[in-house]
Design a protein. Structure first.
Length: 147
């Protein structure tokens, strides 16, 4: 379990929270849950209804759809934000590829933070926009010329 100051320093390095003053991050740190995940353990499955956003503090996770690997995320990465904003079935599964330590923020806490700190809302919008851009780039790379 990390001390509040350690949580604040970790949050400061995550894009969603990078523009929030340290004093305000103390409040963010107070609503975080901490989760240790052993290598090989699934954090959630595709199709699960989720309302939690995760931040990788240590370790690495693999985002996958059955055996198809969609990506890997390491320290500072955020995942699950879409379901935290709009509880729908998860679009992919996430499994720890090494022992991993996560911060978790539930939907209610996330909404409260977004209301109080517009920088959090803007950070989440940036993450979602980047995911859309990444998907667009992936689609373009597999499309045939002239199609």
């Amino acid at each position: 379990m990390l001390l509040t100051i350690e949580k604040v320093l970790t949050l400061k390095s995550v894009s969603i929270f990078s523009k929030i003053p340290e004093e305000s991050l103390v409040e963010v740190a107070s609503v975080l849950e901490e989760l240790n995940v052993e290598k090989g353990r699934e954090i959630f499955k595709k199709g699960d209804i989720g309302t939690t956003m995760y931040i990788v503090v240590e370790g690495q996770v693999c985002i996958h759809d059955d055996d198809k690997i969609l990506g890997n995320m390491g320290v500072g990465a955020v995942f699950g934000e879409l379901s935290a904003l709009d509880p729908q079935p998860r679009s992919a599964s996430v499994t720890a590829t090494e022992d991993t330590y996560l911060f978790c923020i539930d939907q209610i806490s996330l909404y409260e933070l977004m209301t109080q700190y517009t920088d959090v809302a803007q950070g989440i919008i940036r993450v979602l926009c980047q995911r859309v851009r990444d998907c667009d780039a992936a689609l373009l790379s597999v499309s045939k010329p002239g199609v």
